[in-house]
Design a protein around this ligand. Structure first.
Ligand code: NCD
Length: 305
């Protein structure tokens, strides 16, 4: 893996497999202490629960010193630029900076100002590569192995327009051999969806007709919407929400969290055995440990047993 993880684009199937294998090693406790002597800075300038906590635990369990920074309480709130903040963290000895920021391109920009590894933990509607990696981990685990991903059919459903998760999950799934289709209202599809050249379906029912093995539901991101992009939430739920009626043998339901219960996913589906949501969250620590270790050269790709 390169020094920075800005996006999953550029990774091939072997790169993905290596991260999965290494994540398994971390999970099984074989590589504890690998980040000992390293400093990891968590710079989260946008809200987060699972990404922040799992990066924090990943770094600590691997023996790193961890420092956390948020907008409130840091000099960002006094108007310090992102570039100056990153230079400061670099001078204080950060080996890796995990960055979440509301602006697309923030992680790329930060990487130009530091020799520390920049790990993109979400840049606006841009990318969220470690989410896609942990999703692959959780999905391959539930299918019985990484090779089982080949030919699996996944439908990414919902608010694709505002989703950095979709922009990372789509290429990551495709690289791993998953066949991908989208299900979203036209108003929640980005312009770039045309060049993705993927089947576009009009409802969860159509996704099932297409043969989806996986429904990957996205949160309706009301905080990023500037106008009325759906006629009403009830109308949206009718076509793009998953409920118990949709579940069938073998179907898996994924969601990066946080969920809007009763909007894109019914509460009883979240808890159903079809749901991989808990497994997705659970995969976060191992996968993020692997990413931190590879990016900072604490382990070489290929050391995984
Ligand atoms: C997502 C995010 O923040 O990009 N959540 C996450 O990291 N697990 C998705 C979302 O906010 O809907």
């Amino acid at each position: 893996m390169a020094k920075d993880l800005i996006s999953v684009e550029g990774m091939d199937c072997e790169d993905l497999r290596e991260i999965m294998d290494l994540a398994r090693d971390f999970e099984e406790g074989r590589l504890h202490g690998t980040l000992s002597g390293k400093t990891v800075c968590l710079a989260f300038f946008e809200s987060s629960t699972r990404t922040l906590v799992s990066f924090d635990l990943a770094a600590r369990r691997c023996g790193a010193d961890v420092v956390s920074l948020s907008e409130k309480g840091s000099s960002i709130s006094k108007g310090e630029s992102l570039a100056d903040t990153v230079v400061t963290l670099d001078m204080l000895g950060a080996d890796a900076i995990v960055l979440r920021h509301p602006a697309v391109g923030a992680a790329k920009l930060a990487s130009r100002h530091t020799s520390a590894s920049i790990i993109n933990a979400g840049d606006g509607c841009g990318q969220h590569p470690t989410q896609a990696l942990l999703d692959l981990y959780a999905l391959s685990d539930s299918l019985g192995g990484f090779d089982e991903l080949e030919g699996t059919r996944a439908v990414i459903a919902g608010d694709i327009l505002h989703s950095r998760v979709a922009r990372s999950v789509i290429p990551a799934f495709q690289t791993a051999g998953v066949e991908v289709a989208l299900a979203a209202p036209k108003t929640l599809l980005p312009l770039e969806a045309e060049v993705w050249n993927l089947p576009i379906l009009d409802s969860v029912d159509e996704a099932l007709e297409w043969g989806a093995d996986v429904l990957y539901m996205l949160r309706l991101q009301k905080e990023r919407m500037t106008g009325a992009l759906v006629p009403s939430v009830a109308e949206y739920t009718k076509f793009y929400g998953v409920n118990k009626r949709h579940l069938r043998a073998g179907l898996k339901v994924m969601h990066p969290g946080p969920v809007n219960r009763g909007v894109e996913i019914a509460g009883d589906v979240v808890l159903d055995e079809a749901s991989l949501i808990a497994a997705q969250v659970g995969a976060g620590i191992g996968v993020r440990s692997a990413v931190l270790a590879l990016a900072t050269n604490a382990v070489e790709a290929g050391v995984a047993a």
